[in-house]
Design a protein around this ligand. Sequence first.
Ligand SMILES: Nc1nc2c(ncn2[C@@H]2O[C@H](COP(=O)(O)O[C@H]3[C@@H](O)[C@H](n4cnc5c(=O)[nH]c(N)nc54)O[C@@H]3COP(=O)(O)O)[C@@H](O)[C@H]2O)c(=O)[nH]1
Length: 924
Amino acid sequence: MLLNATVRKNLPLAITLVVGTLVTLGAWRFVQDVEHERSALAFSQRVDNTADAILDRFAAYQQVLHGGAALLHASRDVSRNEWRVYVEHLMLEEMFPGIQGVGYAVNLGPDDLMAHERAVRADGFPDYRVHPQADRASRPSSAILYLEPFDVRNQRAFGYDMYSNAIRRAAMAKARDSGRPALSGRVTLLQEMDQDLQAGTLLYLPVYREDGPLETVAQRRAALLGWVYSPFRMNNLMQGILGPDLSGVRLRVFDGLEQGDENLLFDNDPQADVGQAPLTAQRVLQVAGRPWTMSLALPPVVAATGLSQASTVLIGGLVTTLLLAWVVFSLRTSEERAGRLAWEMTDALRASERRYRAILEHTADGILTIDERGIVRSFNKAAEAIFGYSADEVIGHNVSRLMPERYRAQHDGYVARMETSASHRNLGMRREVVGLRSDGEEFPLWLAVNKIPTRGALEYVGMVSDLTERKRIQAELQYTAHHDALTTLPNRAVLKDRLDQAIRHARREGNKVAVLMLDLDHFKRINDTLGHHVGDDLLISIALRLEASVRDVDTVVRMGGDEFVIVLPSVNGRDDVVPVVEKLIRILAQPISVVGHEMIITPSIGVCLCPDDGQDERALLKHADTAMYQAKAAGRGNYKFFESHMLRTNQRRLETETALRRALDRDEFSLRFQPQINIHSGQLIGCEALVRWHHPQLGDVSPGLFIPMAEEMGLIGSIGDWVLISACQQAAKMQQELGQPLQVAVNISPQQFFRNDIISSINRALAMSGFPASQLEVEITEGVLLENSRETVQLLHKIRSLGVSLAVDDFGTGYSSLSYLTRFPIDKLKIDQSFVRDITTDASDAAVASAIIAMAHSLKLAVVAEGVETLEQYEFLSQRQCDVAQGFYFGRPVTSTEFVDSAQQFQTQPALGDARRASLDQLH
Ligand SMILES: Nc1nc2c(ncn2[C@@H]2O[C@H](COP(=O)(O)O[C@H]3[C@@H](O)[C@H](n4cnc5c(=O)[nH]c(N)nc54)O[C@@H]3COP(=O)(O)O)[C@@H](O)[C@H]2O)c(=O)[nH]1
């Protein structure tokens, strides 16, 4: 009885304790499950985000390389400066943190190495060498030619032969053979310094010559020009991609499928202990065709923090149970006390609720929950920021207000059907959808929906993140990859697309497409003499004029350098195209003012028609290019329609270019000397050195043809150096044999003049020959003086200070002001032979020549008349007090031996008398 009474008395307390404990344990397990599921979902999304971020970034890098390749395809001769401008416009640091640079490495055949080194040295790097030299005979070679930004780290790689390293070589060969981007294995980059050593990798994209098919591996190998590539330092790269996103997670990235130290590319926290990590994941990513294994682990300490809500529930529940027991116990003694305890219990539950809410409110992703009718039940702070609604404006309303009108009907009932239809397969999967902000703006977002495991009514949780910024960056990349950075015109990648469209349309409509290849005459000279900033501004102005001159349906593309392509769709034939081409020439030829320089630019245009002259992009561009070269050869400021016979001429031009690259090495140049006569005394005073090129197959090639070619190909510096040295050496020998001092004049082209080392070139020639500086004369063209800069004046003064005299060649043909003559330290003017030719028959030529002589004398300058062919011309010039004459009348350019032999004739008579005339006449 006593036992019964005790049991009865304590039964409520016992029931409270047992039921409370059981309920708490049940709630604890439940919350633990929910927490686990939520953590696993969040972790899985984090893994996916990380993988997506890496893949997205590499897709962007590949676009960068495609942009670089398009630039190289577009132009035969992308300069270092153009490459720098392209890379600068990419804003690597801002847009692609982690990328070390964007480079171009050339593929070198066994015969190309010396010419390559010489060309780069001539480009302002006198100490340049391709390195390392070891094993070169047993493998092909390459060399890093451009790598921007050209900072201290990247300069270490300049000239590096990446083929010398097996890992790099494998990736380069893969890219070469496949025609696609290829990523290297783990390497140590040349850019590494002593500190902060990191693993590295390189991404390569091949660049091929465009004049042949690229269908087979053999064709691709034969057409390979080089690789556009980017080196990456892995730690910088991953931090650039993932930023601070990695806190609390250990991420390791391995090259390949094995996970060993030797192929570890990146480890964000090598000290972290992940032995017992409750959440781990592995992903194999295909990065530019190479497998990377990504291993992520959530260390126990971090995971435990994530699960503390369950512990809170457990502790809270047990405390609540004890409190309830205390309440029951106290009820027996005090109603008041029980009430207070009940309040405390409620407070504990509220605190627990507040903790949950804080977690929800501080996640970066938007989180909202909806019931089975689609009514929003909760809406966190991040969701408010994303959609622009406050929680109050959304909770209690249908979730469809967060989506554009056109999706709403389809969405109605979607949630209700979730359980029965196939839609439930979408649960847990992240997909891209369109959202609607409170201001009516539509935007892209990622959405992942999950079922909340509640008892009774169904609820769903949606996690959303805003993709607007990500899309904006993608769009910018897209723009950069398809537009020329300088002029903002579409680039080569767009051209292919537009041309294909135009060709398809022409086929359907039975009409034609015209392709115009346009190149600016003497642009390189403007660039070299007036500076790249003037060249760049000029190109922008030209681009604007071109765009304004054609229809909206036409496409103007900058191919690179000074080359533009214009596509005119839907034309009927040549008659439709001629007015357009003539209009373009007329409009471009109007004076143009660039950075304070007034200039007149003429274009050379080649035209071909589809389908008459070609059926695809490659053939059409090649034929328009061929026609353009014919237009240039026909006198510039000109246009030509493609004719099939032009291909032979073009082939010969290409052969000439190839032969010219090797001419210096093969000793194919020689010099001729043309006498210069003092008109007052009739005595030989010196000669002009003129270069000649004889090729075993091509024969004698005129300097009028190969000098401009060498200027365009950047070879004039080394050829000019050879001319300077040989002219001084041969002149020293000739004057010894003649026993009289001899003046020798040497032509210096503008590119050679502005190469920065003209002073050392002249000094070297004088030192190597022992020829006196006072007998050397440098002939520059008016173009050099056009660049009326302080540097030009200083350079001319430096040449004069060596004791060398200066003459202005072809005087009267330039387009600059005569006033420069007073500002520059010049000794002589050479009247251009076009004025001398008709000096005795054409009154205006006679007047120009007389005026030049009078003006030069008033400025204390000597005057040389070139192209003197007749006695009458000679007498005219003599009467006008011209100082020196040169021309066929006195002798054609001859070898140094022939020059010494014939020079005796000029020494016999001091002045021009009848006997002298007779002796000269006999020469002809
Ligand atoms: N930068 C360098 N340019 C050079 C060099 N050698 C030549 N050249 C330039 O090539 C152009 C063509 O030169 P070339 O065929 O040698 O013709 C020269 C003479 O042969 C020719 N000439 C001389 N006298 C007469 C004549 O009475 N009648 C006539 N029709 N032609 C004649 O004129 C050319 C000399 O020109 P210039 O230099 O302007 O005095 C030419 O532009 C050369 O400058 C070189 O080493 N470097």
